[in-house]
Each structure stands twice: as structure tokens, then as C-alpha cells.
Design a protein around this ligand. Structure first.
Ligand SMILES: Nc1nc2c(c(=O)[nH]1)N[C@H]1C(S)=C(S)[C@@H](COP(=O)(O)OP(=O)(O)OC[C@H]3O[C@@H](n4cnc5c(=O)[nH]c(N)nc54)[C@H](O)[C@@H]3O)O[C@H]1N2
Ligand SMILES: Nc1nc2c(c(=O)[nH]1)N[C@H]1C(S)=C(S)[C@@H](COP(=O)(O)OP(=O)(O)OC[C@H]3O[C@@H](n4cnc5c(=O)[nH]c(N)nc54)[C@H](O)[C@@H]3O)O[C@H]1N2
Ligand code: SF4
Ligand SMILES: [Mo]
Length: 690
């Protein structure tokens, strides 16, 4: 069998893999680990790679919706015809309503590296500022808090760490390379602290597990800082030389004694103190936070508090600590400069979020529905949806469906006929990650690794890059899209780094640009307005936001439907991401579905006893927005008073769509983030599936 090297992009972990081929067909694939482990961690999605690639449900050719005699049907058309339709429609909207009436909506499946740049380049050439990604519910809202604290998002050097502090992240299932590094460090004696409202397998391995009340992370971070400051466990030289606002932080943290906050956040006061002491005294330590902090209407404040704690520990950019990136010099190909400055994006309410990063782009996802339904700041007429399934994944799905009804044109670029694609006028078939060469987000930071095409495009599908390049050419943007192949585009983008596609193919393990360096701030200072770590942020203040996190109100006020808690008494947590699924994806892949054939609501046995609910019984989950139903699983992984609802099942069966329950009105003021993660709900017994 022939062997080829690439990286997998079935999920955002982007693992290096070996792919085995026979007669040009993908037979199997294997993860590679850079760590001296007995064996690389198993990933069921990768094991199912050939099932995914050769799924009979893949869309085989561009499809246009036809209506005749009251019947709606799909008709296969050529790429030439399909691109002609998109081009004509877009030009009509442009001349009638202005280019801003068209919005490109992006999920994360095609990656946020170069594919994201191509979509933005296309839309900027067309003249619309509206390319919206889903970063407000994913990691970008968090990234902004890092940025305004010490200038860039840190990553954790688990492998060399003596104390690993994991906050709302479940690497075992969502990021196997990181999980391997945690296990490796643990074997070398590293301590593990986990903050998670759920007793995950990872939490069970921890030396200290803090079972926090969902959404109260900022208060917990402040109380850990309280102990560190009270017990003088910080490095005063570092604080004096490299930070701004320590005296105000000290005063602010004084309010959050473990004694004061413990009950409110469901964590025992001695555990808070113990976690603080271990974290502050063990060097080097690293702290990583995850999606458990995202999707909260308080994400900016909570994450700022966690970032300040990380900075206070003095581990920033130390080996075994929290590393600042060493970005690879590349060309910015987004063409933002060609846009007319006076056209505001639909996400105008979140200016700091739109501009905090040079290339990250626009991520206030909730603005899309506002623009369509409320026509603020102007109406949208058309959506191009790439690599996303918002009918299932967007907060308040019903409102999104309503918004789709109002649009005049929808094109979807996807592999499968999803619940979102079903609503489109045109569906363009994309290829899987194994069928395309791509520069992923990870490749913009060292080391640069290339995703290589290892098999031919299936049927008449095209990789995302080709769809965008050809559409650009069709619309007359030959100057912006002069490339015949993606390799030419990658070489152009990477030119300032001195790296080429050819070099990357010769070095499948990746190429490190420059020398690996620690404590870079000693030469370069921090990339903040003051050049220091900003415990106190003037920028936040100027934007009407607390310069230092404050949690005067009870945090549960930032949970959707809290005002109606008498009728909706349970805190719902949006469920686990098991290794076999990615959001709404892969329930159509038989071997992956067999691993977990149906969804469950986890209910604590004490609550189940009060409600007289038995294990396996069908229950309804209700919020003021809607009702779904699933079987109950009695389990002590959840805290009494909270339930965990399985995530991503709305594609399999709309009766399981958790986002029929969620709300898109309560939002984080800086980023527009909705509270998909946690909200108040009620549980009722049902005799059967309605
Ligand atoms: N309630 C609740 N809401 C959530 C979340 C939650 O946990 N709970 N999670 C949030 C998070 S973190 C995220 S990132 C979003 C995810 O939201 P989405 O981005 O909508 O997620 P997916 O369901 O993964 O949809 C990806 C789609 O892209 C297609 N696809 C896969 N690969 C490619 C490709 O290479 N090219 C193209 N064109 N298409 C491809 C897949 O078939 C699939 O239909 O959901 C958010 N919403
Ligand atoms: N298999 C698989 N892998 C994936 C994905 C997938 O869908 N499937 N999605 C990818 C994407 S887009 C993302 S964003 C990442 C996310 O990956 P992670 O960052 O690991 O996020 P989750 O697993 O959603 O949640 C992490 C933990 O946060 C906990 N949590 C829930 N609410 C709270 C809270 O209020 N506070 C705290 N402290 N913790 C809380 C949850 O119980 C969970 O154990 O995974 C990526 N990898
Ligand atoms: S975790 Fe699995 S699916 Fe995700 S990138 Fe790695 S091998 Fe692929
Ligand atoms: Mo995400």
C-alpha cells in the first residue's frame, strides 16, 4: 500500500497523519504523535475516514432548486452553470441594494487559515464587508481577552510543565494531541487541576477538580487570585517591571475571598485555596482554558479574569508555561484596503471585536439574524454559507429559520445535504480535507505544516479554494484570483517567510521559521498599548466596559431565562463533544453512529428521584423558546440542580435540536456572544417520544 503524509482536518485538532492508499483510494489513516508514548491516542473519526470520504450521501454535483407544479426538487447542473447563477444573483443584489446586502457566513470546518482569507478576499473584491465567522461562540471571543491582557493568545507547553491547570476544556475528546501531552507530563510527575462543572474522564484524573457552577468562572479566578495575593505567592519583581494596574487588582481581588464566594459558585473554599497554592508554587505551570468559557453572555469578563490569573502567575512565555506565539511572516491577502470605508459591517455594534486582530475578521455571529430580520444597520438579501450548519448550530435555531425564509437567495457550500443545505436555492459540493491541499490556521504559527491532497476529488465536487477562485474569475476578479492552483496561492501568501509548498512537502513534520525563543517580551515588550501586561485595560474602559473584571451582580444573571427561574429551575449545560462526532457532523457515518446511537440528558440521581424519573425514560427539556425530548441518563457527572443536554443531534432528528431551546437575545456586550453553553430550563417526564 502506498503511504502519504498530511494533516487531518476532520476537526480543529489538525493532527499529523499517515494515509494509506490502494489504487488511488483511501484505505486507512493513522495519527502520528511527536511524544515518546507507547501508542498514539485513538481517534474514531480518523478511523472512519474512508467511510466519510466514500459516503453514498456525499453531494455529487452542484444542485439547483427547481419548482414546478408546486413541487420543489433538486436538479444537477454543471459548475459553469452554478457559478453563473451565483455571479448573476450577486451582481443583481449589488446593483439594486449595494454589495453589503450580500453576506458570507463561515463555520469552522474548512479551517480559519487560508480558506478564511480566500472568502474574505472574494467578498472584499465584490465590495461587501460582511464575512461573518462563528468565532463569537468559539474561541475568538476568548482570544480577544488574551489580546487585551498580554497582546496575543497563549498556548500551553504541557509537555514541559510541572503543573497543568485546565479550565473548561476537555482535551481527551476534543484535542487528542493535547491530551497525549497532558498524559505524558503527568507521567513525569506534573500536577493536574481541572475546573469543570462535569466530572469528565479528564477531571477524574485531576489532583484537584473544581466542580464550578456554570458561568461563574470569573468569580472563581478572582478568588484564586485573592489567595495568591493574600499569601504573597506572586513574583513581585516581575509584577513591578512588567504589569500595569496591580494595586487596583489587589483591591478588587480582596472582595472575592474563598469564604465569600465558595457557596455562590458551588466550590468548596479549601479547594480554591489549595488550587491557588499548588498553581502559584509549582513552576513552571501552564493554564489553558477552553470552550467551557465560550458561549456565555459573560465570556469577555470571565476570560479576562482567567487571563489576569495566568499573567499574575508569572508563567507567560516561559518553557513549560503559557507561550506567546512566534508568528510566521506571511502576506495579508484579505484586501481589506480595497473596501469603501463608509460601508459598515452588519456587526457594527461590536467594533472592538471586529478590529482587535489584523486578519481574524468579523465574528459576531448573532449580527446575521439581526440584519436579516430587523434590517439593522441595513437589510441583507443573500447568504453564502460555507462549511457551516447554522440551522442546527446557531443559537435560537427557529429565529434563524425565520431569517432564512426572508432571504432572496441562499447558496450553501457543503459535503452533505444538511438541514441548512435543504433550505438553500443552490448547493455547491465541497471535498473532504483529504481531497485538498490547504494552509491551516495552525500553519501561521510555528512550525508551518501543510495539509496535502492525498486522493482525487470525489465525483464532481471541488475543494473550497477552487470554488472561491473560480467564482472570483467568473465575476471578473482575475486580478485578485490569478492562481490556477492552490499551491500558487500558498506560495504567494507564504513568500515573506521564505517557505514554499515544495519545501513543506519535503518536510512533512513541518518547518520552524527562526529560532524557538522564550520570554520574548524582554526584547519586544508585550503587544499591548502600554507594552506591559494590562491587569487594567484603558481600551476596555474607553469602550464602556469594566477595565478590570467586576462581578458585582450574581453571575447567574448572565444566564438566559434566569428571570423565569421559578418555572425553569435547572441550569442546562450544552453537552459533551464525544470524539466520534463534530458538532452536527457524522451521525450519517454508520460506524461513528454505532459508538453513540442516541442522545441523552444527564440528570443527577437526586433530582431524578425528586422528579420520579427513571434511567432511560423519555423526558422533555423546555425553555421559554421551545421544547425538545431525549432519554434521561441518571448520572452523578452533573451537579444536582444542573443537567447536561447532548449537543449536535439536531441534524439527525430535529426533535433533538438543543438550539431550539437557546436564546440569542442575551449577549456579551463586547463580542455579541450568545449563551448557547448554559441556560435555565425545565425537565418533564414524558410517556414517549412526541
Ligand atoms: N448550543 C450549542 N451551540 C453551539 C455549540 C455548542 O456546543 N452548543 N458549539 C459552537 C461552536 S464552538 C461552533 S465552532 C459551532 C459550529 O457550528 P458549525 O460550523 O455550523 O458546525 P458543524 O456542525 O461542524 O458544521 C460544519 C458543516 O461543514 C461541512 N464541512 C465539513 N468539512 C467541510 C469542508 O472542508 N468544506 C465545506 N465547505 N464544508 C465542510 C459539514 O458537512 C457540516 O455540515 O457551533 C456553535 N454552536
Ligand atoms: N470530537 C470533537 N472534537 C472537537 C469538536 C467536536 O465537536 N467534536 N469541536 C471543535 C471545536 S469547534 C471546539 S470550539 C473545541 C472545543 O473543545 P473544548 O474547549 O474541549 O470544549 P468542550 O468540550 O465543548 O467543553 C469543555 C469543557 O467545558 C465544560 N464546561 C461547560 N460549561 C462550563 C462552564 O460554565 N465553566 C467551565 N469552566 N467549564 C464548563 C464542559 O463540561 C466540558 O467538559 O473542540 C474542537 N474539537
Ligand atoms: S482528532 Fe481525529 S478527527 Fe480531529 S484532526 Fe485529529 S485525527 Fe482528525
Ligand atoms: Mo468551536
Amino acid at each position: 500500500m502506498e503511504k502519504r503524509h498530511t494533516v487531518c482536518r476532520l476537526c480543529s485538532s489538525v493532527c499529523p497523519i499517515e494515509v494509506y492508499l490502494k489504487d488511488g483510494r483511501l484505505v486507512s489513516a493513522k495519527r502520528k504523535s511527536s511524544l515518546p508514548l507507547e501508542k498514539a491516542y485513538y481517534c474514531s473519526k480518523l478511523k472512519a475516514a474512508s467511510e466519510i470520504v466514500y459516503s453514498p450521501q456525499r453531494i455529487k454535483a452542484p444542485l439547483v432548486r427547481e419548482e414546478s407544479g408546486g413541487k420543489r426538487d433538486w436538479k444537477e447542473i454543471s459548475w459553469e452553470e452554478a457559478l453563473g447563477i451565483v455571479s448573476r444573483k450577486l451582481n443583481t443584489f449589488k446593483s439594486e441594494y449595494g454589495p453589503q446586502s450580500v453576506c458570507w457566513l463561515r463555520g469552522m470546518a474548512a479551517d480559519w487559515g487560508a480558506p478564511w482569507d480566500y472568502a474574505i478576499r472574494f467578498m472584499h473584491a465584490f465590495g461587501s464587508p460582511n464575512v461573518i465567522g462563528n468565532g463569537s461562540v468559539c474561541h475568538v471571543a476568548r482570544e480577544m481577552a488574551h489580546f487585551f491582557t498580554y497582546g496575543a493568545m497563549t498556548s500551553s507547553d504541557y509537555k514541559n510543565s510541572k503543573c497543568i491547570f485546565i479550565w473548561g476544556k476537555n482535551d481527551r475528546d476534543t484535542n487528542p494531541p493535547a491530551y497525549e501531552a497532558i498524559l505524558y507530563a503527568k507521567k513525569q510527575g506534573a500536577k493536574l487541576i481541572v475546573v469543570d462543572p462535569i466530572k469528565t474522564k479528564l477531571a477524574s484524573l485531576a489532583d484537584i477538580w473544581l466542580q464550578i457552577r456554570p458561568g461563574c468562572d470569573g468569580v472563581l479566578a478572582m478568588s484564586i487570585m485573592n489567595t495568591i495575593i493574600e499569601e504573597k505567592l506572586y513574583d513581585s519583581n516581575f509584577i513591578q517591571q512588567w504589569t500595569l494596574g496591580f494595586d487596583i487588582l489587589r483591591k478588587s481581588a480582596a472582595k472575592y475571598t474563598p469564604e465569600n464566594v465558595a457557596k455562590r459558585i458551588w466550590v468548596d473554599k479549601e479547594s480554591i485555596k489549595e488550587a491557588a497554592r499548588i498553581y502559584a508554587k509549582t513552576k513552571p505551570a501552564c493554564l489553558i482554558e477552553g470552550n467551557g468559557l465560550d458561549m456565555h453572555a459573560n465570556v469577555s469578563q470571565n476570560t479576562r479574569a482567567v487571563c489576569i490569573l495566568r499573567a499574575l502567575s508569572g508563567n507567560i512565555d516561559k518553557q513549560g508555561g503559557d507561550l506567546l506565539p512566534q508568528p510566521v511572516p506571511t502576506r495579508n491577502i484579505q484586501l481589506k484596503e480595497s473596501l469603501k470605508a463608509k460601508i459598515e459591517p452588519i456587526s457594527f455594534r461590536y467594533p472592538l471585536f471586529n478590529k482587535f486582530h489584523k486578519t481574524r475578521g468579523d465574528h459576531a455571529l448573532s449580527s446575521v439574524m439581526d440584519a436579516i430580520l430587523e434590517e439593522k444597520p441595513y437589510p441583507l438579501k443573500a447568504l453564502i454559507i460555507q462549511a457551516s450548519n447554522p440551522v442546527v448550530t446557531m443559537a435560537n435555531s427557529k429565529r434563524f429559520l425565520e431569517a432564512m425564509e426572508k432571504l432572496e437567495f441562499i447558496a450553501v457550500i457543503d459535503l452533505f445535504m444538511t438541514k441548512t443545505a435543504e433550505k438553500a436555492d443552490l448547493v455547491l459540493p465541497a471535498t473532504t480535507c483529504f481531497e485538498k491541499t490547504q494552509l491551516n490556521l495552525k500553519a501561521f504559527s510555528n512550525p508551518v505544516v501543510l495539509q496535502n491532497q492525498v486522493i482525487d476529488w470525489a465525483e464532481n465536487s471541488w475543494p473550497d479554494w477552487k470554488i472561491i477562485f473560480e467564482l472570483g474569475k467568473k465575476m471578473g476578479y482575475e486580478k485578485e484570483f490569478p492562481w490556477e492552483t492552490v499551491e500558487e496561492a500558498i506560495d504567494y501568501q507564504l513568500e515573506p517567510s521564505g517557505i514554499t509548498v515544495e519545501m513543506l512537502r519535503e518536510n512533512p513534520e513541518g518547518i520552524f521559521v527562526g529560532e524557538k525563543r522564550y520570554e520574548k517580551y524582554r526584547q519586544e515588550r508585550f503587544n499591548t498599548p502600554s507594552g506591559k501586561i494590562e491587569f487594567y485595560s484603558d481600551v476596555y474602559k474607553k469602550h464602556g466596559y469594566p477595565p478590570l473584571p467586576e462581578f458585582e451582580e450574581y453571575e447567574e444573571d448572565r444566564l438566559s431565562f434566569i428571570q423565569e427561574k421559578d418555572n425553569f429551575p435547572f441550569v442546562a449545560i450544552s453537552g459533551a463533544r464525544p470524539n466520534n462526532f463534530v458538532h452536527s457532523q457524522f451521525r450519517n457515518i454508520p460506524s461513528l453512529l454505532r459508538e453513540s446511537p442516541e442522545p441523552f440528558v444527564d440528570i443527577h440521581p437526586d433530582d431524578a428521584a425528586t422528579l420520579e424519573i427513571k434511567d432511560g425514560q423519555m423526558v422533555g427539556v423546555e425553555t421559554p423558546n421551545g421544547k425538545i425530548s431525549m432519554k434521561a441518563k441518571l448520572s452523578d457527572v452533573v451537579h444536582p440542580g444542573s443537567v447536561r443536554i447532548a449537543w449536535g443531534w439536531g441534524e439527525f432528528d430535529p426533535r433533538y435540536n438543543i438550539n431550539d431551546l437557546t436564546d440569542d437575545h442575551l449577549r456579551d456586550p463586547l463580542t455579541g456572544t450568545t449563551s448557547n453553553r448554559c441556560f435555565m430550563c425545565n425537565i418533564v417526564k414524558l410517556a414517549e417520544h412526541p
